[in-house]
Write a protein that binds this ligand. Structure first.
Ligand code: PMP
Length: 365
């Protein structure tokens, strides 16, 4: 550390976020990347066309009010456009929430196997992350309520959750919102909401409309296939969105991101196709691995959490997959050392995973 120039307290306690690898050192053949829950079918062709069109005027700053994108989001999801806020990925919305609502002495609650950016953004804001245990890899509302105090300012849950893939139902989410201390805001992270089996699943809209202590975050990085452009959004009560907009940089979403997001959200066929293929291959992959003795929890997302007998076995299988040109995600940092998180790829990718794991298990018998 430097003698006089020092980061704010808590900053050096942040564990670096390690993202899914995208390249395999020395790889000869094509690499199948199943480590970051991206859409294997890519974005809508209309989104690609919109990026190319946006390239005609790259010298111009983007619309700082995000009017067209907020309008499209509101139209498709039946929301009030004035209460939509867009960010450079939903990561940025998470960061805004922590910046605005949590500071030194405040607590930010997240779950045991919750998304890593919650504690990172909490610490970056000077606040203290507080972890609530889960009920065998499922969000536990009672456990969350029992760790809340009068210092709790934010409670983050992802539903479905990453990296477990599990979710809780609307009654449980409502019970959580109702039970929170008065000064706490509930953040429902719906990054994987489109993939939920129940076609009537509501990632938070009804609760946001009914209450004043709930915010929903969503992303274009998963089902919309735009991870490379960094676009996400949030929806909440007016008092929250107004506050978040105070810390938002005027040009936080690029012109290409705005244009692509608008085209992507309007292409409902592409979303429906991606969701259907994901469901088909998610069920297939889970059943095949289960038959090989590798169970996973019922996933409502675009990945499964494959559970091995031991951290060593998970590590060895990860190596075997790498040797076969497949990148998956070790989730040791999520306190799941005996598991591998595998994104649901296309048919070829799923078959590749099963054949490598079957070989691996055959060899290690
Ligand atoms: N929330 C959850 C639960 C996630 O898994 C992710 C992506 N890893 C994000 C938020 C952030 O995604 P993005 O910033 O690309 O919108």
């Amino acid at each position: 550390p430097h003698r006089t120039i020092r980061p704010q307290p808590g900053i050096l306690d942040i564990e670096l976020y390690v993202s899914g690898e995208s390249k395999l050192a020395g790889a000869q053949n094509s690499v199948t990347k199943l480590s970051s829950n991206e859409n294997p079918y890519g974005p809508s062709p209309a989104a690609k066309a919109a990026v190319i069109a946006a390239a005609e005027s790259l010298e111009l700053y983007p619309d700082s009010g995000h009017a067209a994108l907020r309008g499209a989001i509101a139209e498709v999801h039946g929301l009030d456009p004035a209460r939509v806020i867009c960010g450079a990925g939903s990561d940025e919305i998470i960061a805004f929430l922590c910046q605005v609502y949590a500071g030194p002495g405040d607590e930010v609650v997240h779950t045991e196997h919750g998304f890593a950016m919650y504690p990172i953004s909490a610490r970056a804001a000077g606040a203290t992350p507080v972890e609530a245990p889960e009920r065998v890899r499922v969000t536990d509302v009672d456990a969350i309520l029992s760790v809340c105090t009068d210092r709790t300012r934010l409670v983050f849950i992802a539903n479905p959750n990453n990296p477990t893939g599990t979710m809780i139902g609307p009654e449980e989410v409502a019970r959580l919102a109702e039970g929170l201390p008065e000064a706490a805001l509930l953040v429902l992270d719906g990054a994987y909401a489109e993939y939920v089996r129940d076609p009537d699943f509501d990632a938070g809209r009804a609760l946001v409309e009914a209450r004043d202590n709930v915010v929903m975050t969503r992303t274009f990085s998963k089902v919309h296939g735009l991870g490379g452009l960094r676009v996400g959004w949030g929806y909440g009560p007016a008092h929250v969105i107004e506050a978040l907009n105070r810390v938002r940089g005027p040009f936080n979403v690029s012109a290409a991101g705005l244009a692509a997001g608008e085209a992507a959200i309007r292409d409902r066929d592409h979303v429906a196709r991606s969701v259907a293929l994901n469901a088909q291959w998610r069920d297939w992959l889970a059943a095949e691995l289960d038959a090989l003795g590798i169970p996973s929890d019922r996933s409502e997302a675009n990945f499964i959490l494959a559970r091995f007998d031991s951290p060593d076995q998970a590590g060895a299988c990860d190596m075997a997959l790498r040797e076969g040109g497949v990148l998956v995600r070790r989730v040791t940092g999520y306190k799941l050392p005996a598991a591998l998180r595998i994104t649901i790829g296309d048919e070829l990718a799923c078959r590749r995973v099963v054949s490598i794991i079957a070989d691996f298990l055959g060899r290690s018998e």
